[in-house]
Design a protein around this ligand. Sequence first.
Ligand SMILES: [Fe+2]
Length: 106
Amino acid sequence: MLACTSKRVPQTDDYKANRAVVIRILNEALATEIVCVLRYKRHHYMAKGIHSLAVEEEFPEHAKEEQGHADKSAERITQLDGEPNFDPAGDTQPKPFPICRERDSR
Ligand SMILES: [Fe+2]
């Protein structure tokens, strides 16, 4: 598992990427990795049948790998001064309707 360094890395003058876009994409990757961790854990606990012992032992290892990927994504997000979103649903949840400002604009 990745050790958390929480060290901000300054961007060089050569860094041309849009930081907000990179952070958004990294948060999408983070959500995917979190879901992978949860799925491997579910598979571990749900493994049944004649071959279950062999696969049951594999799933926690995969979950650890995916957790490492999630940690790397979160670390890079914080290096870019972003905030990692640890909600496995990420930003894919439907947003509530925006508050109507019609009266305010009159
Ligand atoms: Fe992964």
